[in-house]
Ligand binder design. Structure first.
Ligand code: ARG
Length: 458
């Protein structure tokens, strides 16, 4: 028997019961549902809709339901439809007739909305903390290996020598903005829909500010229809998650690349790699690959939510029951991926000297030679052309810049002198880039300082 079956003469078909239930997804909000019921009962008592003795009975009953759910003693079945009906039915079994008074001036539509907001508040707070920890993990890596010289890539072609710290900080700033987006999304969860009822409010003298206060919300949602029909706060949070996982996925892609024999820049720790069931030598970067794969799920969840909402007339429609599947998965997957990524960065070893020698004489220093000419007064475009010719000439004999001497440089352009050869040093090239945001150690140190201040809340 359902709590809503008064006007029905027959029950739902067996397959409809299973099709209609959402317990398998929304039962995980049982703590939030009980918190919402407690606040609602207290408020109904405060305004005199319920007697204080009824409120005490309801609160005791809710304690018992909470205890039974926590201990796994009460395991609601699909016939109870959703977490809201499960909690209310069990409560009514325990406390009897008083239980039937709790639903005065509320509806499942506002219960769904309040439970989700409470759930999001907790999870997004956890997520922002995990993201901050990821920034901390990247900064730790910069402390240890920030001075390692690596090729910087564009088009996945070697471009210019940079320091690893510069590369890691690029990610740290992206994650720092991800935190900002999640914290913004958190602010939009911070209003209570409770007491909106189905959509129109209620004739009972309820105090929605009081339930908002009891649940720790900044205040009630202003409009009762908006309170039950809006899902933009969910879309916003999942959108912030989707953006965050694109960053995690880019990092994951680089960790996969960097751990190959071809790049051979890092070795992931054993804790974040797995073996092959057939090839005994394998040590696969599965942590990173899973992050890259799971990112797709989160991006898909955003699509699901937006498509679900875009054609819905106001106010509540049952389509909305499907929102939690996408929402929970997106937020929990983003949280898991963030934590695993921080662990992976902490676990890895950087092969410090891997590129130091390899970059000497490399065409990665082409921009250096052009910049040298510019310091001698040559226009950059002309310098670019001159060095392009040098690259072509070296390539024609199967060599690189290591064959250049003063005479060869002078033949290419009279503004070259012997000191240009000193510019063909990849570490010096990186260290010379002291412009704001450049790869020089002083700029790396400045950014690490700024991010540490931010992490400290300054
Ligand atoms: N299980 C439903 C949901 O999750 C609860 C709301 C049902 N409301 C209704 N009018 N049928 O959305």
């Amino acid at each position: 028997m359902a709590l809503w079956d008064g006007r029905f003469s027959g029950g739902p078909a067996a397959d409809m019961v299973l099709f209609s239930q959402s317990l398998d997804v929304d039962l995980r909000m049982w703590r939030e549902d009980i918190a919402g019921s407690r606040a609602h009962a207290r408020m109904l008592g405060d305004v005199g809709v319920l007697s204080s003795s009824d409120v005490l009975v309801l609160l005791d009953g809710l304690d018992q339901v909470e205890d039974e759910l926590a201990r796994g003693v009460f395991v609601p079945g699909p016939e109870l439809e959703d977490v809201h009906m499960a909690v209310e039915s069990r409560l009514t079994e325990i406390v009897g007739e008083v239980g039937a008074r709790l639903h005065t001036a509320r509806s499942r539509n506002d219960q769904v909305a309040v439970d989700v907001r409470l759930w999001m508040r907790a999870r997004l707070t956890e997520l922002a903390l995990a993201q901050r920890d990821l920034v901390a993990a990247l900064l730790e890596r910069v402390d240890v290996d920030g001075d390692v010289l690596i090729p910087g890539f564009t088009h996945l072609q070697r471009g210019q020598p940079i320091l690893l710290g510069h590369h890691l900080l690029a990610y740290a700033w992206m994650v720092q903005r991800d935190v900002g987006r999640i914290e913004d999304a958190l602010r939009r969860q911070d209003q209570s829909p409770l007491g909106a009822c189905a959509m129109a409010g209620t004739p009972h003298p309820i105090d929605r500010h009081r339930t908002a206060e009891l649940l720790g919300f900044a205040g009630p949602v202003q409009n009762a229809m908006d309170a039950v029909a809006a899902r933009d706060h969910q879309c916003e949070a999942v959108s912030a998650c989707a953006i965050a996982v694109t960053h995690l996925s880019r990092m994951a892609e680089e960790l996969v690349l960097w751990s190959t024999d071809e790049f051979a820049l890092v070795r992931l720790g054993d804790a974040y790699t797995t073996g092959s069931s057939i090839m005994p030598q394998k040590r696969n970067p599965d942590a990173a690959e899973l992050v890259r794969g799971k990112a797709g799920r989160v991006i898909g969840a955003l699509q699901s939510l937006l498509v679900m909402v875009k054609g819905l007339p106001l106010a509540y429609n049952r389509d909305l029951q499907e929102d939690r599947q996408a929402l929970f998965d997106a937020v929990e997957t983003t949280l898991a991926c963030t934590r695993i990524t921080a662990g992976a960065w902490r676990s890895l070893t950087v092969r410090r000297d891997r590129y130091e020698e390899a970059l000497k004489g490399h065409f990665l220093l082409a921009t250096e030679l052009a910049d040298f000419l510019v310091t001698k007064g040559v226009p950059f475009r002309e310098a670019h052309h001159v060095v392009g010719r040098l690259v072509r000439d070296c390539e024609a004999v199967g060599a690189n810049f290591s064959i250049l001497d003063e005479a060869a440089l002078k033949a290419a352009h009279p503004a070259f002198d012997a000191s240009a050869l000193l510019w063909l040093d990849p570490r010096r090239a990186a260290e010379r880039r002291t412009s704001f945001g450049g790869t020089a150690p002083s700029e790396i140190a400045r950014q690490v300082g700024a991010l540490r201040m931010w992490l400290a809340g300054a």
